[in-house]
Design a protein around this ligand. Structure first.
Ligand code: ZN
Length: 264
């Protein structure tokens, strides 16, 4: 209820009706259109590709395609509309951008011990895109800047100006934006868990992946960094959701869904 109020309050402040619902039923403030976000995401991805080294390893590229195609189908997406690239980078990481772009580091392919663990990573990234986390991040930044400007005008010249601005600055940084980012990570985990199960990948391997990441120190890499829930929090949440995921997984297997991808 509190989040709902915040969203509608901010939206009415900006004279916009921009509250939508995420795949898990969470109210989101979205001030940017999908079309604009897709353009921004595509431009960033092009930039990133120009500045980074893309892998030309056919086995790695085929492995990623073998895993991502059934995942995208299970997520009701058209695999042909997505671009998934392998980046030459030893850090165990992956990332997603609006506009259906996903990057997987060669280090992530190495760290994920089997196709199921990599499916957990790619499912998580599909989750970020489907849940419009990029647009929400941009919207929150816009809203927090606007709120600061509105209050700056209101309190400007009063003796409280300094203290009020400091309080709002701190609130924007720690109160509003960071918890949302942690929420994004948990939401992407949950959406990804169901996608991997629906595609016929054993969902239990998502937990193994996080154990594995904690061991290798991969949790300190950028996408999974600072704002992410700790590996333990993550494992606890996934374990709680495993009953639901296993039911989906059993149904997928009964339908003959069992992707056969071999780690190169
Ligand atoms: Zn993430």
């Amino acid at each position: 209820m509190k989040k709902l109020m915040t969203c509608f309050t901010v939206a009415s402040l900006l004279a916009l009706s921009a509250c939508q619902t995420s795949p898990t039923g969470r109210t989101q403030l979205l001030l940017v259109s999908d079309n604009d976000m897709d353009k921004m995401g595509a431009a960033s991805f092009t930039d990133l590709k120009a500045k980074s080294k893309l892998s030309t390893d056919k086995a790695a590229i085929n492995y990623i395609r073998c895993i991502s195609t059934p995942l995208l189908k299970a997520a009701n997406e058209n695999p042909a509309a997505w671009e998934i690239q392998v980046f030459e980078d030893d850090s165990p990481n992956a990332f997603a951008l609006p506009g259906r772009k996903i990057g997987v580091h060669t280090g992530m392919i190495k760290t994920a011990q089997n196709p199921e663990q990599l499916a957990a990573v790619i499912g998580h990234e599909i989750g970020h895109v489907q849940a419009r986390h990029g647009a929400e991040r941009v919207s929150l930044n816009m809203a927090s800047q606007t709120a600061q400007q509105v209050v700056a005008v209101a309190v400007d010249g009063t003796e409280y100006a300094g203290a009020t601005m400091a309080a709002i600055g701190v609130g924007a940084q720690y109160g509003m934006i960071l918890p949302y980012s942690r929420t994004h990570e948990s939401e992407a985990d949950y959406v990804g868990l169901k996608i991997m199960a629906r595609a016929g990948f054993d969902p239990q391997q998502s937990v193994e992946l996080w154990r594995n990441m904690a061991k290798s120190g991969g949790g300190k890499s950028p996408e999974f960094m600072s704002t992410h829930p700790s590996d333990n929090t993550r494992i606890k949440a996934l374990t709680k959701q495993m009953g639901e995921a296993n039911t989906i997984y059993r149904q997928a297997k009964a339908q003959g869904l069992h992707p056969n991808c071999r780690k190169p």
